[in-house]
Design a protein around this ligand. Structure first.
Ligand SMILES: [Zn+2]
Length: 494
């Protein structure tokens, strides 16, 4: 059921009969929902960020401007905010990326470097272009010695669903490994979006450079190159020039604001979203809209003059796109209070309607959470999944045993614009964003205002069991996150 904004507002604030059998929202929920739905600041904040600052890669001057935006927006919302610093291993920006086809079949190729890709050596790399199919083990076996010293071109499917996106990430780390072992010199990915739309990804999980130069080639150009390579009697030779600029360690910042609890100020509910974005577009869907959501939540609660039982902390993370660096740093810096952290709620899936939460295996919090969501039934957002979630800033909280709630959202227009030049303010459905914001604000307030936490912090043994039961252990191995957890360098100490 898709509920329009006036419908939600009407049900929650005016009508008592619309949602039969469910309790009505209490006065606090109704107050924050009403304020979110009637304030123009959510849209103006987002517009200032997306259009005024634009793309904001961690470690760049644009990110510093985005942090100023956040501090200013929190201040205007009536909530004091500060920054907390941590060290990123390196900074990165793209140079003049270029791919020349050597020989008669030359045509202009449109491509961009992958984020955090190694640069090519001065003068570029001249090599044979080897079409490696999907880059499976069988593909590498078929190509054999030809991969050595070559530039590999990898196929892709157009992404449409969340599952497609997940498999795109899942194959990247093992494929990169195979390319290194085969002695390839660079990897070119066929873009998974049509109409020559370019986007930037990375598959670094720790903010370090990729071991090989890697770039994404406009889909139509890549398909043409693949056909040329497949059908040519002689090898297709190309020159890849990618003078990416890599700088030294950098002090990056998270932005942190809070509304202190009236009864248990030492207990904390974290509402988080990442503020950083990629830079071809303006990071409106990923994740400017939800950074603005976090600020709007703070504004609504402050404006309503409400004090929850425990503290709500509003955190805008940096470094998410390059390996959850900001949330990982937050968890380390706040480790002493994680026993008292009631939950971490994160929103990072664009502007599709929120349908519920993924709880990463926390069966123990389903019942209390379902009870808490009943008065918010008009939002139709109470689907609770026990699946594991590895896609965003919840990861390090989950590995510390803190209950995490990752908002599930309709895909809406997320996939076609994901990390792409087309991720701009005009793609944001503002009424739907306001509806999501109202729902999240009421939910987070209710978690903080509850007499008791939803559930306990888990021990390391309990976390290990949960990783196994959700299959997160396998996903962490595939995604390159397992080693640090297993070695005790990441997550709750034994
Ligand atoms: Zn994101």
């Amino acid at each position: 059921m898709k509920c329009s904004l006036p419908c939600v507002l009407g049900i929650l604030l005016c009508s008592t009969a619309a949602v039969a059998m469910e309790p009505a929202p209490d006065a606090a929920s109704a107050a924050v929902i009403g304020r979110v739905l009637t304030s123009p600041a959510l849209a103006t904040d987002l517009q200032r960020l997306a259009d005024g600052v634009g793309g904001r890669v961690s470690g760049t001057p644009a990110m510093a401007r985005a942090i100023d935006w956040a501090l200013d927006a929190f201040r205007n919302a009536g909530v004091e905010a500060h920054t907390e610093s941590y060290t990123m291993p390196l900074t990165w920006s793209e140079g003049a990326t270029r791919l020349e086809i050597l020989g008669d079949a030359a045509f202009p190729v449109s491509l961009v470097s992958e984020g955090w890709s190694a640069p090519t050596p001065a003068g570029g790399i001249e090599a044979e272009l080897v079409h490696i199919g999907n880059g499976t083990e069988a593909d590498f076996a078929r190509v054999g010695k030809r991969a050595q010293g070559a530039i590999l071109l990898v196929d892709s499917s157009v992404i449409v669903s969340w599952d497609d996106l997940e498999s795109e990430y899942d194959r990247a780390v093992p494929l990169k490994q195979r390319a290194v072992e085969a002695g390839a010199r660079a990897v070119l990915w066929t873009a998974a979006r049509e109409r020559r739309l370019l986007y930037r990804h990375t598959d670094t999980v720790d903010g370090e450079l990729s071991p090989l130069p890697m770039a994404t080639v406009a889909r139509e150009d890549a398909l043409r190159l693949a056909r040329l390579a497949d059908n040519s009697a002689t090898p297709v030779r190309v020159r890849l020039t990618m003078p990416n600029v890599v700088g030294g360690p950098f002090l990056e910042r998270n932005v942190v604001a809070e509304i202190r609890g009236r009864e248990h100020p030492e207990q904390v509910v974290v509402l988080g979203a990442h503020l950083d974005s990629w830079d071809l577009g303006t990071g409106a869907l990923d994740n400017g809209c939800n950074a603005a959501l976090v600020i709007a939540a703070a504004r609504a609660i402050a404006a309503a003059g409400l004090k929850p039982r425990s503290t709500i902390r509003f955190v805008l993370f940096s470094g998410e796109e390059v390996g959850f660096l900001g949330s990982r740093a937050y968890v380390v810096q706040h480790r002493a209070e994680l026993d008292r952290t009631r939950a971490m709620v994160v929103v990072d899936s664009g502007v599709g309607r929120i349908t519920g939460f993924t709880l990463s295996g926390r069966a123990d919090i389903v019942a209390p959470l379902a009870e808490l969501l009943r008065p918010l039934a008009a939002f139709d957002a109470a689907a609770l999944s026990l699946a594991g979630s590895l896609g965003t800033d919840n990861v390090d909280f989950m590995l510390e045993g803190v209950p995490t709630l990752s908002a599930d959202q309709d895909a809406a227009n997320y996939m076609p614009n994901y990390h792409a030049a087309s991720d701009t303010f005009d793609k944001v459905d503002l009424p739907l964003l306001a509806q999501n914001t109202a729902f999240i604000t009421a939910t987070v307030f209710a978690i903080a205002d509850r007499a008791a936490p939803l559930g306990p912090r888990l021990s390391r043994a309990e976390i290990a069991k949960l990783l196994e039961s959700t299959g997160l252990d396998k996903s962490m191995q595939v995604g390159g996150l397992w080693e640090e957890w297993a070695a005790g360098r990441r997550g709750r100490a034994p």
